[in-house]
Design a protein around this ligand. Sequence first.
Ligand SMILES: Nc1ncnc2c1ncn2[C@@H]1O[C@H](COP(=O)(O)OP(=O)(O)OP(=O)(O)O)[C@@H](O)[C@H]1O
Length: 274
Amino acid sequence: MTDVPFIEVENLYFSRGDHEIFRGVNMTIPRGKVTAIMGPSGTGKTTLLKLIGGQLTPESGRILIDGQDVHKLSRKALFTLRKRMGMLFQSGALFSDLDVFENVAFPLRVHTDLPDTMVRDLVLLKLQAVGLRGARHLTPAELSGGMARRVALARAVALDPELILYDEPFVGQDPISMGVLVQLIKRLNQALQLTSVVVSHDIKETLSIADYLYLIADGQVVAHGTPQTLDANQDPRVSQFIHGEPDGPVPFHYPAEAFYQDVLGEAPAKQIGS
Ligand SMILES: Nc1ncnc2c1ncn2[C@@H]1O[C@H](COP(=O)(O)OP(=O)(O)OP(=O)(O)O)[C@@H](O)[C@H]1O
């Protein structure tokens, strides 16, 4: 393991139409650690993961993964790099017509020529790691939400990635499943010597496993540091977020024209509030 960061985001700019999502984001994501990216809804956390994964291209700036500029790679080189990344996205549903075993085996069958006996051993190892070896014959319809998330996690690490990107891994989980997932992410990170990037709204859970945190808002990094340093940060934007306060400098409303204009079509003689 070296001290060179696994991911470097340099002066990143990205827009969707007129909406400027990132304006000059810089980040370094250390190897072998869990780094959390947090921020208000709609700030672009999922977008950032897609930029890191090479699914989206920045307007300017660059993203280096293990020294390689993701957006300068040939298709083939990007494909090879992607095999080193596991992704657990909210939308990453299991294949409903395959059982648990075949869901985890899928990336191995697609990306390797390993013989069946080795695929079997690897799948059972990954299922053991998430505590579901005994559930291998179940279909996705027979799993609870928490079990399904764990199978998706086993599938995400099937190819032994070096990096794993988690998008909202705790969403929709009951407190027990959430606790299991939190521990699992930390344990897998250590056991497999992964670099993990976690995007999440669940502040308490995320703070409990993150080695380092970035807080983004308004297109920029507003703070970064260890959970302890962010907890002690006096910046009202940081404090509002970290302590989950509804009121503060981060607005509740997405930018919009004045309410009365929207509702009445035109500006009335008497303003009835915005
Ligand atoms: N495919 C798309 N086309 C146009 N705009 C999009 C698209 N996907 C996302 N956006 C916009 O980009 C912005 C950032 O979205 P993104 O999903 O990355 O935010 P987020 O921080 O992950 O939000 P949340 O925490 O609510 O999941 C939002 O304003 C969203 O409306």
